[in-house]
Design a binder for this molecule. Structure first.
Ligand SMILES: [Ca+2]
Ligand SMILES: [Ca+2]
Ligand SMILES: [Ca+2]
Ligand SMILES: [Ca+2]
Length: 665
């Protein structure tokens, strides 16, 4: 072919799902010429018109290479490549005149004698991407610069095309983005108070008012590491085997990170990111036999990693609002103690940046982001309060500087009927040894309560910052936003602080899911943290890479009164005995019934402690919702207890797909 005032028409046709080349015979439009000549004898111009209309809306150009076969070179020199509009081409084709090019060249190639007989390639990706964005047909024109005389031609058959555009496309992935904001030690009651007082405006307007409120959401093991392992695997503790927060039964060392929600999503095409807390003991580097605690370790499945280091070499810990260290994609970054270092705010900025980066790298790729602030977890070590008689009450958390001193007075520690439980005679013998709180301790707890709740206001700002990033990137309508916590918390109920035990305050967590296509709604059907991984997998259209124990919540979001749903679930703590602590950490297995499909709802809790005494507890929550008086010895409940003991004996070893049936039947 020659390039001169002769005209080349080269359309692009799909040759496979992900690439296009010009395949239409170039002279089809102009009738029967055996050879197209495209010459660039200066000042002549040749051009090709390329039609990408065969591409679907899901496809985008990832690469475009213009290939030119150099058949003759009278004098070496540069040839400019220009982008020209469809209308320009039609005008010039019809007029058969010498085209004028007014635009700037998008690329140029310098030809030398060695190119003769060869095909040269020019990268025109950016121009073709812009061309596709306008969904218009454009052309590429060639013009030799003064001094250059070249002929592009090919007599080779069948591939001999003088001017060929090879376009590689990728099919865009329209699956939704998923963002999980996972708080640490946030109980349902505290969050509800903050929301109802108007102190969580961002969370309310951006998630709660647009999403599904799971009014009966629980964790199946109420402790940081076991709960986070459940989030990432969809399994009960007795199946993922992370039983505590530290070695040998728990912590980062115990977690099998080879198949997790992150790896499943990444393998299926998601860009994945973590910002915040991962597992306890992450980064402490105290086991030479494994890399998982190494300082620079990044677990499989994560593209963009900002993991908070636990217990670093300076003794600083993840649970500090200042002076902590983050592994930022393999680089350790230390944060100081200025206002801008406040942990929740740093995570807000990092999370927002993750969204910007993911969208900038490839808008067509969905992302998964797990944001895990430490708030409202107590700082350890952190500022301590004086005046408590028992040091277990003296820890607190610093709110963001802008919130200090501005929490309304109306937010005060509540004292439900089980607060500082007076009569412990229904509890196991070792539990009765836990002393009651005295006035000094209650004073500390009151301050701690207000600090913890006040720390949530920076979390609310984080939700707003993150949502702003979704809006800014045009992703709000294609993002699933999940807000929850790894466990609840005791504020003096049953004389306790902290979590771990199976009572309501410890196992209930907030759970809101705002997702495209779902209205603001509420369901009282039971959701457990085992469900989060399969739910996210369902949104992503993938099958979990493990045999999960939980189930997708999407059916419940489609029908909030679904009758064929979970009637009971297992609550367990299978770690070591530490009965002297508050709470006493004594392993137990329990079954919580939540059968709301009957006319009279059944809410019961049956627990077997794994202690030397074979201690048990039983509560009918309809008559004793505060679990003040265990009925484990009351013969009136013997039949119910026996039934629950039967379910418990099966649930505690369920797995391999059997848990759902045991929960539903
Ligand atoms: Ca926690
Ligand atoms: Ca190690
Ligand atoms: Ca996108
Ligand atoms: Ca009692």
């Amino acid at each position: 072919m020659f390039l001169s005032s002769d005209l080349l028409f080269a359309a692009v046709y799909p040759v496979s799902q992900d690439s296009y080349v010009d395949a239409r015979h170039p002279y089809a439009k102009y009738g029967g010429q055996k050879r197209i000549k495209v010459t660039a004898w200066a000042p002549h111009t040749g051009f090709g018109q390329f039609d990408l209309s065969g591409m679907t809306n899901q496809q985008t150009v990832s690469k475009a290479m213009l290939r030119l076969h150099v058949s003759e070179l009278r004098s070496a020199g540069r040839v400019g490549i220009y982008l020209v509009r469809d209308s320009w081409i039609e005008t010039n084709i019809n007029a058969r005149n010498q085209p004028r090019i007014d635009t700037q060249s998008i690329a140029a190639l310098t030809l030398k004698s060695g190119d003769v007989g060869n095909t040269v390639e020019v990268d025109v990706t950016a121009a073709v991407q812009a061309w596709q964005a306008g969904r218009a047909n454009y052309g590429l024109a060639l013009r030799a610069e003064p001094g250059a005389n070249v002929k592009f031609d090919s007599r080779e058959k069948p591939a001999g095309r003088p001017m060929e555009l090879v376009v590689t496309t990728q099919t865009s992935d329209t699956r939704p983005n998923v963002v999980i904001v996972l708080l640490d030690d946030l109980d349902t009651h505290s969050l509800n108070r903050m929301v109802n007082k108007g102190l969580m405006p961002e969370l309310k307007s951006r998630i709660i008012d647009k999403g599904t409120n799971f009014g009966n959401a629980f964790v199946t093991t109420s402790w940081c590491c076991p709960s986070r392992a459940t989030l990432l695997t969809g399994m009960y503790s007795h199946n993922h085997n992370v039983l505590t927060n530290s070695r040998p039964l728990g912590g980062v060392h115990r977690f099998d990170d080879s198949s997790t929600l992150a790896t499943w999503l990444q393998d299926s095409g998601y860009r994945t990111g973590l910002v915040g807390k991962y597992f306890n003991n992450y980064g402490n580097n105290n086991d030479p036999s494994t890399p998982v605690d190494d300082v620079g370790y990044i677990p499989p499945g994560w593209n963009d990693w900002h993991g908070l280091m636990d217990q670093n070499t300076e003794g600083l810990r993840a649970f500090q609002m200042y002076n902590y260290t983050i592994n930022e994609n393999g680089t350790l970054v230390k944060y100081g103690n200025t206002a801008s270092d406040y942990q929740t705010d740093v995570f807000a900025r990092r999370a927002s940046q993750f969204v910007d980066d993911a969208e900038g790298i490839n808008d067509q790729q969905p992302f998964f982001l797990l944001v895990a602030p430490t708030a409202p977890h107590l700082e350890m070590p952190g500022p301590v309060m004086s005046g408590c008689s028992d040091s277990v009450w003296n820890e607190t958390i610093r709110p963001a500087p802008r919130h200090i001193g501005s929490l309304p007075d109306s937010i005060q520690l509540t004292r439900p009927p089980n607060f500082n439980e007076a009569d412990m005679s229904d509890k196991p013998a070792w539990f009765r040894q836990v002393p009651a709180l005295n006035g000094k301790d209650i004073g500390c707890l009151k301050r701690q309560y207000r600090d913890r709740l006040n720390s949530l206001r920076a979390v609310d700002d984080l939700v707003g910052t993150l949502d702003d990033a979704l809006v800014r990137n045009g992703e709000l309508d294609n993002t699933v936003f999940i807000f929850t916590s790894d466990n609840g918390f005791f504020y003096g109920q049953h004389r306790l602080t902290d979590k771990v035990l199976g009572y309501e305050e410890s196992i209930r967590v907030p759970l809101y899911i705002s997702a495209p296509g779902f209205p603001k709604q509420a369901t009282w059907r039971t959701a457990i943290n085992n469900d989060l991984a399969p739910t996210v997998a369902d949104f992503a259209g993938i099958t979990p890479g493990l045999t999960v124990d939980g189930r997708s919540l999407l059916p419940l979001m489609r029908n909030t009164s679904e009758r064929n749903w979970r009637k009971r679930f297992l609550v367990e703590y299978l770690g070591t005995v530490q009965s002297s602590l508050r709470p006493p950490k004594v392993p137990f297995s329990a079954v919580r019934t939540t059968n709301l499909s009957q006319s009279t709802p059944v809410n019961q809790f049956y627990m077997e402690w794994h202690d030397d005494l074979g201690s048990k507890e039983f509560y009918d929550l309809s008559s004793d919702r505060y679990q003040i008086s265990s009925q484990h010895n009351n013969s009136a409940w013997a039949s119910v207890r026996n039934t629950l003991a039967g379910w418990l004996s099966q649930l505690r070893s369920c797995g391999g797909g059997s848990c759902q049936g045991l929960e539903n039947n």
